[in-house]
Design a protein around this ligand. Sequence first.
Ligand SMILES: Cc1cc2nc3c(=O)[nH]c(=O)nc-3n(C[C@H](O)[C@H](O)[C@H](O)COP(=O)(O)OP(=O)(O)OC[C@H]3O[C@@H](n4cnc5c(N)ncnc54)[C@H](O)[C@@H]3O)c2cc1C
Length: 409
Amino acid sequence: MSSEQDFRIAVLGGGAAGFFAAIRCKEMHPHADVVLVEATGKLLSKVKVSGGGRCNVTTAAPDRQFLLQGYPRGSRQLKGLFHRFDNHDAMDWFESKGVELYTQEDGRVFPISDNSQTIVDLLIDQARECGVQIKSRTRVSALEQSGSSSWTLQTGSTPIIADKVIICIGGSPKRSGLEWLETLGHDIVDPVPSLFTFNMPGNPITELTGLSVPSAMVSLIGTKLHSSGPLLITHWGMSGPAILKMSALAARELADMEYTFEIRIRWCGDKPEEHLRSVITETMRSSGGKQMYSYTPFEIPKRLWSFLLGKCDFRSDHHWSDLGKKGINKLVDMLMNDTYNVQGKTTFKEEFVTCGGISLQSVNMKTMESKTAPGIYFAGEVLDIDGITGGYNFQAAWTTAYVAGELAS
Ligand SMILES: Cc1cc2nc3c(=O)[nH]c(=O)nc-3n(C[C@H](O)[C@H](O)[C@H](O)COP(=O)(O)OP(=O)(O)OC[C@H]3O[C@@H](n4cnc5c(N)ncnc54)[C@H](O)[C@@H]3O)c2cc1C
């Protein structure tokens, strides 16, 4: 670590990771000259629109094991990094800077203002207060080693010289956006989108738009992948946490299938078959005189229940006592193995991310320093790390930026 006044760290990218890294650099090394370089005229633009304008800053995941399950890519490498700065450290950091947070029932953490501007203002104020120099409308297009231990950043105007560089340029939808980093020896994992909803054009279930079930299980047919959680029916197909989680778990497989695939839904989540059978038998015994269409013992909205019974070809005046062995099997099969064709995806407006980016093989994941270009560090979504919805993506940005900022200075 240098203590000289002119030691210069350039942070590329004015998003969540860039700001957090720059602030950490200054905290660790107040005399360093830290410059944050942002390509556009807007700072923290994703933070601003995040979480539907409320900014889901992190997750309240109770322990590291639970937290790591939120990362289809990068969980192994994040394990060590979370020892240095995890979701609870992030919550403490925001609260120590005066931003009160609250946790929703589903574990998502938001500022109490319910306004992402609170987080934008905090990060900009913190960076300015500790002396980070912010240079916006400056796109870095290349990095060249100048001398044995410094880098020249090509910007289209005056180049910037820095001793260390932290790259926080976010996810790139196309591989070509990362080619200038590939030339420095970094492997690129082809980017594909993650966190999207499923299109089911023409499927009658879309007429039930707005209905949701609290706990469904979704499986991708032909794979072992499955996800659980609330499921929402939309006018174009299906959404909700169970679907978004599947889109993240299977981001690469679904891209390979060109977004045409089949899913299986278990409408009662992970409830085993025996449980469903015993609930059905008990209902036949205790409520045999009730019409099936007007009474369900399951946590399924009435209109969806009627839709599923219709798919089973049960008559509209079918009573529970009429069910019989064949009927029980049909109903159990419908509740456990209901299949749908998916044709296409729709971007989820509240949160989407890129799967892929700088390969974690090219980075020392203890320090975030490049293995091929000494003095270059990475943090945030530019890396091949991404999470499910619920604050996991910002958490990956805070954690990687904290470590990169600390160790680059
Ligand atoms: C609509 C939406 C809502 C979201 N909501 C949530 C949420 O509530 N919770 C959550 O956890 N995650 C959320 N996410 C994901 C989260 O926003 C990202 O994972 C996170 O912002 C990544 O931060 P980053 O700093 O790595 O990248 P970014 O936020 O993308 O920032 C990168 C910055 O680098 C700049 N840049 C790019 N190239 C260059 C260059 N060559 N030179 C200089 N600057 C450059 C870009 O202009 C950009 O400002 C959401 C994403 C979207 C799109």
